[in-house]
Design a protein around this ligand. Structure first.
Ligand SMILES: [Zn+2]
Length: 344
């Protein structure tokens, strides 16, 4: 078996290649699972036993040489492709006034400010928490222990910090700010906490790996479910118009008990039914409920002394409902026409 012949043929073949598809073919032909190198290794049994070791090492050297050449070629092709792409996307940055470029606020920020202002008017304060959060704050202290099925809905981005007992992650919700607020302030508290959240969701019209939530927490000596209902109604009418009605339906969240899903009458049809609301007249916009006693305990509050409610909603979701946007991806593509449309 002439190994030199193999390498000569290979070098000859790879010389003329300048696209990734042909390179992949050569790669498969020589070092693939059914490639020439594999065949050579199979034939080792036909070699004189005394020469097997040498033959084996020669084949391996050959394989390394081929891999090296393929890698080199791959880099060449990649830089060629980048160059072609850059040429095709070339723009003259010295040109001016392609658009009417008045700076505008991003729609997510516009809606976030609108939400905060509504709650500020009601006497809530705005607080913030870290985007890189401890697992214990994001889950355990919110009454979501390890192996709790609710963790499955929050496929998380973990950060690998060596030697840490409590792991860091990109927060999957703004709810940990509830715990941080109660640790910092004595009751009564009335806060909203807007911010970015992250989940390992595949991006589609309704999902994004990065999104925004606003969390609310109200704690005092004597807080009832009817207080939650009143605040939610007032909020909905300020956000979506004075004729808006709300609907609360039983739901489940580990950190509230009882829990409810909040829906508002569809701003598109006023509740009579249209294709935006799938002819139901209602659009779900938030989760809410009375703070679970265990969550109070975990944050250092005495559940016998205080009661409270909490709510959480997606800022993009609120914007989508309010402005009849059907694709969440529009918020992140920064198409100037979309940004201008909602810049307020
Ligand atoms: Zn409707």
């Amino acid at each position: 078996m002439d190994l030199d012949k193999v390498i000569d043929e290979f070098l000859n073949e790879i010389k003329g290649i300048n696209d990734s598809e042909s390179l992949a073919k050569i790669k498969a032909k020589y070092i693939g699972s059914k490639g020439i190198i594999k065949d050579l290794l199979k034939k080792i049994s036909e070699v004189e036993p005394s020469q097997r070791k040498e033959f084996g090492s020669k084949v391996n050297q050959l394989k390394e040489k081929i891999e090296e050449e393929i890698k080199k070629k791959q880099n060449e092709i990649e830089s060629l492709e980048i160059e072609t792409k850059l040429k095709s996307e070339w723009v003259d940055i010295t040109l001016t006034r392609l658009y009417d470029t008045v700076p505008a606020k991003h729609p997510v920020n516009t809606v976030k400010e609108e939400l905060c202002n509504i709650f500020l008017e009601m006497g809530f304060s705005v607080v913030e928490g870290p985007e890189i959060e401890l697992e214990s704050y994001n889950f355990d202290r919110l009454n979501i222990p390890p192996n709790h099925p609710a963790r499955d809905d929050h496929d998380s981005f973990y950060l690998d910090v060596k030697g840490m007992v409590d792991r860091y992650l990109l927060r999957t919700q703004t709810s940990p700010v509830q715990i941080r607020t109660m640790e910092k302030f004595k009751p009564p508290v009335a806060v909203v906490a807007p911010g970015r959240c992250f989940r390992r969701d595949t991006v589609d019209a309704r999902h994004s790996h990065t999104f925004h939530q606003i969390e609310g927490l109200y704690v005092d000596k004597d807080v009832k479910f009817s207080d939650l209902k009143g605040i939610m109604l007032l909020f909905a009418q300020k956000m979506f118009g004075p004729k808006t009605k709300i609907r609360l339906r039983t739901d489940y969240f580990p950190f509230t008990e009882p829990s409810a899903e909040l829906a508002v009458t569809c701003p598109g049809c006023g509740g009579s039914g249209c294709n935006v609301c799938s002819f139901s007249g209602w659009l779900e916009i938030a989760g809410c409920g009375m703070v679970h006693p265990q969550v109070f305990k975990n944050a250092g509050y005495d559940p016998n002394e205080v009661k409270g409610f909490a709510f959480g909603m997606g800022i993009e979701r609120i914007a989508m409902v309010k402005y009849n946007i059907t694709d969440i991806r529009l918020f992140y593509e920064n198409d100037i026409r979309f940004l201008k449309m909602l810049s307020g």
